[in-house]
Design a protein around this ligand. Structure first.
Ligand SMILES: Cc1ncc(COP(=O)(O)O)c(C=O)c1O
Length: 377
């Protein structure tokens, strides 16, 4: 078993899936009774001002967003070198050029770091909210992007429900994408959704996802005016139904992760003398991040495979180009090489979160975990 929402799959998901199978309505475009449509409306309530659309993955979501926004081939997109390779590949596949942004010791992106790197070639900025931690400067970054005429889009694949100073991450820019794959906060095994604030851009993305058609009250709407070539990327009702069950678990997941994080951070500081990175109000931090002490065999974030740009062979050239004359980019990789993560709700050795607590673990397991950690840290 793995993942956060995935580990909690149980009676509710079974009930919802059974309802769909019993009804034999697996196709989503049935109207307002559709589970996909209802899930989209539930998500829109959490993300005021945004239009939501379910898709087969977050990667597809970003690709359709890049195709629908006003970006020109060859323009640059600023993004941090810590995230997931699908973002960098979607940028390249869209004919755009990724350029890297530095992160600080706290893995935060500063507004000045963005402002200093916007130039005449910049078309967009991507802010990635990782590990259930919101990027705290997102409001200021959004202001800079607006003033400089650059598109801001947000990756909330790992940060469903996170808020920054009371506003949801994912509502600061023109659009956002979230993943529902097996590792995420809430999960349907695979799939994702996008959030878009502009109704016209949303209609373009909707059209691309269903042969040019729009959705009206949960039904496919063939509108002559907007019809243009599109694909078939609809998700089916089983995904929508399981998603509604997972959405019902959201508050439990948030509370549980925050509790695990608070107690685990305390013991990491007090019993292991670790220098722990803060969590901020509104975070749902599923790892406790800490500065790795010298002489310790626990993995560091730079060991997390395709989460770090320098580990992706086809990004080598892009990385070298970004790092040229920009020591802050090399410094970011150094910071990732000196920072580690213990799970506070999620364990994944590939993500260098080798040990920790799962969402289903109880507080009693903290002591046993600390004893194990004492032997290696
Ligand atoms: C930060 C981040 N962005 C994007 C994605 C892509 O999500 P998906 O697998 O739904 O395409 C992931 C998935 O792991 C991710 O972690």
């Amino acid at each position: 078993m793995m993942g956060i929402g995935n580990d909690l799959i149980g009676g509710l998901e079974q009930l919802m899936a059974k309802r769909v199978l019993t009804s034999r309505h697996l196709f989503r475009m049935v109207g307002e009774s559709s589970h996909c449509w209802k899930a989209e409306k539930e998500i829109e309530q959490m993300y005021p001002g945004m239009h939501c659309l379910l898709l087969p993955s977050a990667t597809i979501g970003l690709s359709l967003i890049l195709e629908s926004l006003d970006l020109k081939s060859g323009q640059e997109v600023l993004i941090s070198p810590f995230g997931w390779l699908s973002n960098w590949s979607s940028i390249l596949r869209a004919g755009l050029v990724p350029r890297f942004l530095p992160l600080d010791d706290d893995l935060q992106l500063h507004k000045k770091a963005v402002a200093d790197r916007i130039n005449h070639l910049t078309g967009g900025v991507i802010v990635v909210h990782l590990m259930g931690r919101g990027q705290q400067a997102i409001a200021e970054i959004s202001e800079i992007c607006r003033k400089r005429g650059v598109i801001l889009i947000e990756d909330i694949a790992q940060s469903f429900g996170v808020t920054v100073r009371g506003q949801r991450a994912g509502t600061f820019g023109e659009a956002a994408w979230c993943s529902l794959n097996h590792n995420k906060m809430i999960s349907t095994g695979d799939a994702g959704f996008i959030l878009v604030n502009d109704a016209h851009v949303f209609s373009l993305v909707s059209g691309l996802h269903d042969q040019g058609c729009l959705i009206h009250r949960g039904k496919r709407w063939r509108s002559g005016k907007t019809l243009r070539p599109g694909l078939s990327l609809r998700v089916n009702e089983l995904t929508g139904a399981v998603l509604r069950a997972q959405l019902a678990r959201y508050h439990y997941i948030r509370n549980r992760i925050q509790l695990l994080h608070t107690s685990l951070s305390k013991v990491c500081e007090n019993q292991l003398n670790l220098e722990v990175l803060h969590s901020y109000n509104g975070d749902i931090p599923f790892t406790v991040l800490f500065k790795r002490p010298k002489k310790c065999s626990y993995p560091v974030l730079v060991d997390s495979g395709w989460h770090v740009a320098v580990n992706v062979p086809w990004l080598a050239e892009v990385y070298t180009e970004s790092a040229k004359g920009d020591p802050a980019i090399a410094k970011t990789i150094e910071i990732l090489a000196g920072t580690s993560a213990i799970g506070s709700g999620f364990i994944d050795p590939y993500y260098a979160i080798e040990m920790g607590l799962n969402i289903t673990d109880s507080h009693d397991e903290v002591d046993e975990l600390i004893e194990r950690l004492k032997t290696i840290i």
